[in-house]
Each structure stands twice: as structure tokens, then as C-alpha cells.
Write a protein that binds this ligand. Structure first.
Ligand code: ADP
Ligand code: MG
Length: 686
């Protein structure tokens, strides 16, 4: 970090690089960082208890005279002392000790101890902190903070550094007086100082649960900084230009007429909203959320038509080859009858054909191209890109989202962006991490879907499961068999899939058993999926590559091996592959015993809930937002203090205030951001 060395850094460390300074590991560079290094908990040394009446179960201070002291060699070398006060005696034990300690704890000395009393045969304290009491030894008037530490940094050293930091840091108020009063939150400096040194009678429970008003103020400021930066980014965006694409009524009418189904009300609503966005001369940045199978693709196809009808090109991007190929087939089926050719850029395609396709995209003859994000990023140049459709948006970070702009021709402005996600993002998360996007939600599945019955089955009952697969396939339906996820090793996962495929082929000679995995070339994956969709394969053995977006309505059974290894959203996505037709469907989750606690909870949640949003809420609770957003999002600033699941109302008031500040108090907004976001700015500028 390009931050001037702070006066709080002691001279001793001045010659060291940041990497060598253990405090740098704790993220403490500027005095302000020290001020924000808030205690985990507190110790109460503000009063001395009597040995007999001191509370048990937490460390306390007692004081008395040493009446006995000896080094006992057995059972384990230890320094044993006895301390006496007016109420009784306390045994004190040290297993590690120096000569200086033996001297300090000599018979006749008066000492003050701090530690936890355990009641055994005698009340006893092991390794207490101690201080010699020679004359008056005043009690501290504030609780003693215990800070998050790291190897090589003692609490005492940390306390000293933080005291210095608190002296040097700029803790001036960033919020206008009127705003503070309306929020009913305490001042910033007051809150910081309180948290580092609460008075003796402070409510410890509220402090440690982090819902004390002082804590709420810090969390609020953090959330406000996040909201301010996201809102500001969004306001800046709205100054950007994009081609205004009014709806081509005849073309859209023909498209909707030609669909083999009628749209659900939420699909219609989403289409209308997107259509209005596209007609504006500013770039759309809209996230279309909807549970697995809710029918997002057709909504995106309507958006594509609106761009094409205005003479612009459309890019449809998917995270995997399989999904790209699915989109290609859906878009072709819908758009070809309207005379619109659709190009598929596949990773494994013939070089010559690829070159031609790329050229036709480059000269503008091809209006719509489908492919993986990777392909688009590497190779494709558009003549006149008007809209980018990004499926499974959660797999891409903010940076990639923003990188798309480079594809745009400056004269035409930015392309509009439509992102789609079947990983439901709970409202609070959407409000914080996606505050720079508009969101539309498809909150109902198309009619005629039958809920998927989910069963948890111990892996010992595998033969019954194989029998079930046979019955279902012989009855004319199809099934998936998902092989276990092998963390970190694609090779092992492939091995498991090959083995399972061989076993199932042997035990089910009546069935055609197919295999699909991530290592297959794109063309072959597509061929296998096409055969499955055409009903030529009864049972499809798959690695988790089928997780996203595959559509085969005749598949009514899904078996997931080692379900305990998969995360909630993955289980939900996989399960969504069945239940897409009219026949009732089943998902069998095979698990190995013994089950760990988290795995047990996950399976319980997936068993009890069908709604993706509900599942995501539980997921957020179990894993925290960082993981839910996925590793790819790690460039996103995460929160240090606020908890998105627990601090909803703080988040809501921070969001509201962010707008007010940007409008009415721009300098306050600027000061607040500068204080909190020295590091975030880079990310958001990206
Ligand atoms: P997802 O939202 O998971 O991407 P898809 O767009 O793949 O879902 O749609 C799932 C399936 O439902 C597809 O076969 C699609 O053609 C079909 N579908 C979409 N909308 C409707 C509808 N309104 N009525 C019936 N089927 C629909
Ligand atoms: Mg989809």
C-alpha cells in the first residue's frame, strides 16, 4: 500500500519492510487501521474479588499474600504457590517459569493475580498474569481489550501500538450532525474510543455480540462506505451512453406468437422492463434472477431480438461449452424461423469454419453469436455490438463484467448488458454486492412442473438405487447419475466417473449408459447431450459439469453420489435438472456415513426446501457471503464488521443515507469514502 509510514510505527520497526512487521500481517499500516483493529473481547481487571466469592468461569483479579511457594519436581516440574486473602486460599500453578518469577512469587510478597479460578480440592489458578503489589496499585477504570492477534505479537505490544494509533488517527466525524441525530447512532470517535476501552460497567454481552450502539455505529459506517462507492459507480455509469434500441413491435410479436408455450407473468414483466431499458440511450446493467428452470433464456432472446431489430449485434456468453451449446440450440430454434442466423463459437470447432464465423461477426453479417466467456474475451471483435447477454453471472467477477466495455465501438457507446443468474442472491446480498445493478426477478416456475421429491439414502443402499434407475428407464424415462465431486482433483473425479460408468454399464445391460465429463472436447460433449436429449441414452453418468443449465424434460430421476460433498447451491442446481417435464421426478441423494455436522445441515436444508431463494438464505447463514459469492468474486470487497445476514436494517438505512449524502452532502460522502475505502477504490475503478 502506498501509504506514508505512520508516526504510530515505533522506531524499532522503522527499518523493517512491511512483510517483516508482524502488525502488517494484521493489516495495521495507518493509524486509522489501528483504530479499526477492534477487540474480540474484554477482560475485567477493574475490581479485585475475594477468592471465595469471585465468579467462576471467566478470568478475575484477586489479591493477597504468598504464604507458600515451592518448585515441585513431580508429577511434572511446576512452580506451586499459595495465595491467601481475607476469604481463603488459592493454589497457583506455573508449568513454565523463569527465575524472575520464582523471585516475584516468594513467600511474604503481596501480588495481584488475573486468571480463571477452577474449583478442585482447593480453588486453583493456572498460569495467571501477576503483578507485585509494593505500594498502592490503582485499578484500571476501563475493561482490558483482547485484540485479534497473530504469531509474534503479544497482547501487550498490540495494546501499546493501538493506544498510539488512537492518539494519531483522524477520528473526526464524517456524518452531518442532523443525519446522526436522525439515525440515533453515537458519534464515530466516541464509538471507537468506547470499544477500545469500555468503562467498568459496560454491557459485556452486547459488546461481545457486537450489537452495542458503538458497534452498530462502526458497522453502519462500513456499510455506508460500501453503499456510497457502489451508488457512485452506478451514477457514473448512468452518464455513459449506449445505443437507444426501441422495441421492434412486429418482430417481437412474431417471436412471442411462435413460442410453443405462453409466457408466465413474471417473464412478461421482466421482458417489459428490459425492453424499456434497451430503449434508453444509457447502458442497461440488469441482472435477471430466477430459480433453475424458471425460463430466463426466452426472456433474454426477446432482448436479443430488440437489439437485432435495430441493426445491432448480440453476444450470448455462457460459462461452459455445454451451456453455450444449449443456448445455441434454443436461440436457433427461436430465431431461425424469423430469418435470423445464429452462430456458435465452440472451443473445439474446425479452424476454417471458426475463422469464417469470426470474420462474419467482425464485418457485421452475423447478428448473434453464442459461446463461452473465455472465447469472447480472447478472440471476438464485433462490428456493432449492442447487447451482451451473460448467463450464470455469479461465475464472473466485476472486472470481467466491466471488461466487456472494451468490446464496444466508442462511436456507438457501451453495449447494454443483461446478466442472468440461477444462483439466487438473497435480497441483502443483492443490495450490497450488486447495488450497482438493476435486478429483475422471475419468481414463479412455468406451469406444469411437478415438484421434485428428494430422498436421502445411505450409500449402503446403492443396489436398491440401481434397481430404481432400471425401473424408471425401462418405463421410458431417463436418469442422471452424478459422480462425486473430488475436491482439487479433476483427474480423480474423472476416474470416479469412468469407473461408475463401467459398473453401471455392466449391471444394467438393458440400458444405454452414456458418459459426460469436463475433459471431453466440446464437440463430443455436445454430441452426448444431443443423444441424451433425443432419448438415445437412458442413463447419463456425469461429473458435476451438468450442474448448469442442461435441459432434458424426459429425465425424471437424478442420483447424486457423495451428496455430502456438494454445496447447497450446487445440489439445488443439480436437482433442478429434473422436474422439467410433466411427469413426477425424484432426486436421490446418496451419502456416506458418518456425516459431519455441516454436511448433515446442508442435506437437511436441501431435503426440506425446494425454493432456491430459501436455500440461498440458509446458505448465507451457513457459509457467509464470501463463499456464496464464489471464489471468482474475491476481488469484491468483503465486509469486516457488518454481517450481511444479521445487520439487515443497518444495511437498509446505509443504502438510504448513501443516496441522501451523494445528493445533499457530497463533501461528507467524499470524506467518508476516503476514510474507509483507500483500498477499494482500485477495484471499483477497474
Ligand atoms: P433457466 O431459467 O434455468 O435458464 P430455461 O430458460 O432453460 O430456464 O427454461 C427451462 C425450460 O422451460 C426450457 O425448456 C424452456 O423452453 C421452458 N420454458 C420457458 N418458459 C416457459 C413457459 N412460460 N412455459 C413453459 N415452458 C417454458
Ligand atoms: Mg439457464
Amino acid at each position: 500500500m502506498g501509504v506514508a509510514r505512520s508516526p504510530a510505527v515505533p522506531r524499532r520497526a522503522a527499518g523493517k519492510s512491511a512483510a517483516q512487521d508482524p502488525l502488517a500481517k494484521l493489516g495495521i499500516a495507518r493509524p486509522f487501521d489501528g483504530a479499526l483493529h477492534l477487540p474480540l473481547r474484554y477482560e475485567d481487571e477493574t475490581r479485585v474479588h475475594s477468592i471465595r466469592e469471585a465468579p467462576r468461569g471467566r478470568p478475575v483479579a484477586v489479591e493477597g499474600e504468598i504464604v507458600a511457594a515451592e518448585v515441585s519436581p513431580r508429577p511434572r516440574r511446576a512452580l506451586l504457590c499459595r495465595l491467601r486473602d481475607a476469604s481463603g486460599q488459592l493454589l497457583v500453578r506455573f508449568f513454565h517459569f523463569y527465575a524472575s518469577q520464582t523471585a516475584a512469587l516468594a513467600v511474604g510478597n503481596r501480588v495481584r493475580l488475573f486468571g480463571e479460578i477452577r474449583d478442585g480440592f482447593f480453588p486453583e489458578m493456572v498460569h495467571p498474569r501477576y503483578r507485585l503489589v509494593k505500594g498502592p496499585l490503582p485499578l484500571p477504570t476501563t475493561l482490558t481489550p483482547v485484540y485479534p492477534a497473530t504469531a509474534g505479537v503479544s497482547q501487550n505490544a498490540l495494546r501499546k501500538r493501538i493506544r498510539d494509533a488512537l492518539r494519531d488517527a483522524d477520528l473526526t466525524e464524517t456524518l452531518p450532525e442532523a443525519v446522526l441525530r436522525a439515525l440515533g447512532l453515537p458519534g464515530f470517535e466516541e464509538s471507537i474510543r468506547y470499544l477500545h476501552a469500555p468503562p467498568a460497567d459496560a454491557p459485556l454481552a452486547a459488546l461481545e455480540a457486537r450489537n452495542h450502539p458503538a458497534w452498530r455505529r462502526i458497522k453502519f459506517d462500513e456499510l455506508l462506505a460500501q453503499q456510497l462507492s457502489l451508488r457512485r459507480a452506478r451514477r457514473n455509469k448512468s452518464k455513459e451512453r449506449a445505443p437507444a434500441l426501441p422495441p421492434p413491435a412486429a418482430l417481437l410479436g412474431a417471436f412471442v406468437e411462435g413460442l410453443p408455450f405462453s409466457l408466465t407473468p413474471p417473464q412478461r414483466r421482466a421482458m417489459e422492463t428490459i425492453s424499456r431499458d434497451l430503449a434508453q440511450p444509457a447502458p442497461m446493467h440488469r441482472l435477471l434472477q430466477g430459480d433453475v428452470g424458471s425460463g430466463k433464456t426466452v426472456v433474454s432472446a426477446a432482448a436479443a431480438l430488440q437489439a437485432i431489430g435495430n441493426g445491432f449485434q448480440v453476444a450470448v456468453m455462457a460459462p461452459t461449452d455445454i451451456l453455450a451449446e444449449q443456448h445455441f440450440r434454443k436461440f436457433s430454434a427461436w430465431l431461425a424461423p424469423l430469418g435470423i442466423p445464429v452462430a456458435w463459437l465452440s472451443g473445439g470447432g474446425k479452424a476454417q469454419a471458426q475463422r469464417e464465423t469470426l470474420q462474419q461477426i467482425g464485418d457485421g453479417t452475423l447478428p448473434l453469436a453464442v459461446g463461452t466467456h473465455a472465447l469472447f474475451q480472447e478472440r471476438v471483435r464485433f462490428a456493432k455490438l449492442g447487447l451482451a447477454i451473460i448467463d450464470e453471472q455469479h461465475r464472473f467477477g466485476v472486472r470481467q463484467r466491466l471488461a466487456l466495455r472494451e468490446k464496444a465501438d466508442a462511436a456507438e457507446g457501451q453495449p447494454h448488458q443483461l446478466m442472468m443468474s440461477a444462483t439466487p442472491i438473497p435480497r441483502t446480498l443483492a443490495m450490497s454486492y450488486y447495488a450497482d445493478l438493476d435486478v429483475s426477478v422471475i419468481d414463479a416456475l412455468p406451469p406444469g412442473r411437478t415438484p421434485v421429491a428428494t430422498k436421502l439414502i445411505s450409500a449402503t443402499r446403492r443396489p436398491e438405487v440401481v434397481h430404481r434407475v432400471k425401473e424408471i428407464c425401462l418405463a421410458g424415462h431417463q436418469a442422471y447419475w452424478v459422480c462425486p465431486l473430488v475436491e482439487e482433483s479433476e483427474a480423480l473425479q474423472l476416474k470416479a466417473a469412468l469407473q461408475t460408468h463401467a459398473e453401471l454399464t455392466a449391471s444394467l445391460p438393458q440400458l444405454t449408459v452414456g458418459l459426460i465429463h469436463g475433459r471431453l472436447p466440446a464437440e463430443e460433449k455436445a454430441a452426448v447431450m444431443a443423444r441424451f436429449q433425443a432419448g438415445e441414452i437412458d442413463l447419463l453418468v456425469a461429473t458435476t459439469v451438468i450442474e448448469v443449465g442442461v435441459d432434458a424434460p424426459n429425465a425424471t430421476l437424478m442420483v447424486i453420489e457423495h451428496a455430502e460433498r456438494l454445496g447447497l447451491s450446487q445440489l439445488h442446481q443439480l436437482r433442478g435438472r429434473v422436474g422439467r417435464g410433466a411427469a413426477s421426478s425424484t432426486c436421490l441423494l446418496l451419502y456416506e456415513t458418518p456425516l459431519g455436522e455441516t454436511a448433515r445441515q446442508r442435506l437437511k436444508i436441501i431435503f426440506e426446501h425446494a425454493d432456491g431463494f430459501e436455500i440461498a438464505r440458509h446458505d448465507l447463514r451457513l457459509r457467509g457471503p464470501g463463499e456464496l459469492l464464489g471464489a471468482r468474486q474475491s476481488g469484491q470487497p468483503l465486509l469486516r464488521f457488518a454481517d450481511i445476514a444479521a445487520d439487515v436494517e443497518l444495511l437498509e438505512s446505509a443504502r438510504d443515507l448513501a443516496e441522501t449524502l451523494l445528493d445533499a452532502y457530497p463533501e461528507a460522502a467524499q470524506r467518508h469514502l476516503a476514510r474507509w475505502l483507500a483500498d477499494w477504490q482500485e477495484v471499483l475503478k477497474a
